[in-house]
Design a protein around this ligand. Structure first.
Ligand SMILES: *[C@@H]1O[C@H](CO)[C@@H](O)[C@H](O)[C@H]1NC(C)=O
Ligand SMILES: *[C@@H]1O[C@H](CO)[C@@H](O)[C@H](O)[C@H]1NC(C)=O
Ligand SMILES: *[C@@H]1O[C@H](CO)[C@@H](O)[C@H](O)[C@H]1NC(C)=O
Length: 193
């Protein structure tokens, strides 16, 4: 059978119209499309705000932050470029280190700025109080620690913070000559019901 160009064009136009007016199966229901994969559009978000203080203690016989590595040139760098610290810092509800502890920040920060102080923070903030016991969020961001206020990204979490995304606003509350610092955090996290 032979079709004229005109007939072929006519069929193509009909096909395109059909494709436009019929909704593809993967858009149609949003749920249970395959036996092995389900999509559920709940549309329900939960916003959690947290306020706590982070105690980073470099001094003394029992520091909560310890230097674990540095580059050959770190000592010659004003920003300590190339130094790396492991931390296990308490988180409390007030700036006083003896105020109620609600969790711990565990992870690493390293100096990633050659010309100015920029700490790359790779830290899990785990909580031990109330309904947040056992839940954590993960922060991964550059912290220009000498700035009065810093914003850092929250990229995930566990427990009540499963699928977290959000941000932390950090503000240094106090810092001593030996490097011991207390930092206030206001955190906003979005998760799902
Ligand atoms: C470390 O620095 C010293 C002095 O600045 C230099 O002599 C040495 O070669 C450097 N070592 C490496 C592994 O770069
Ligand atoms: C850097 O300085 C510290 C403290 O002064 C010293 O212990 C360390 O050996 C120095 N490191 C290098 C690579 O020079
Ligand atoms: C956190 O928010 C409170 C209330 O708005 C504010 O007083 C405080 O200064 C904020 N702290 C930080 C570290 O941003």
């Amino acid at each position: 059978m032979h079709y004229s160009t005109r007939e072929i064009m006519g069929r193509v136009v009909v096909l395109v119209i059909l494709m436009l007016v019929t909704t593809p199966a993967w858009v149609a229901q949003g749920q249970d499309q395959e036996s092995w994969a389900k999509r559920v559009d709940t549309g329900k978000e939960v916003v959690t705000t947290l306020q706590f203080y982070f105690h980073d203690k470099l001094s003394g016989s029992n520091p909560s932050a310890i230097q674990i590595a540095q580059a050959n040139g770190t000592n010659n760098s004003g920003s300590l470029f190339g130094s790396l610290f492991m931390i296990d810092d308490p988180l409390t509800i007030g700036p006083d280190p003896t105020s109620k502890q609600v969790g711990r920040a565990r992870g690493m920060y390293g100096s990633a700025g050659q010309t100015d102080l920029g700490l790359i923070m790779v830290i899990s903030y785990g909580f031990t109080d109330g309904i947040y016991q056992g839940s954590s969020f993960s922060l991964l961001s550059l912290n220009p620690a000498l700035n009065p206020v810093r914003e850092m990204a929250i990229v995930g979490g566990t427990g009540l913070f499963r699928l977290a995304r959000g941000y932390a606003i950090a503000q240094t509350y106090s810092i001593k000559a030996n490097g011991d610092a207390i930092v206030g955090y206001n955190v906003t996290i979005v998760t799902y019901v």
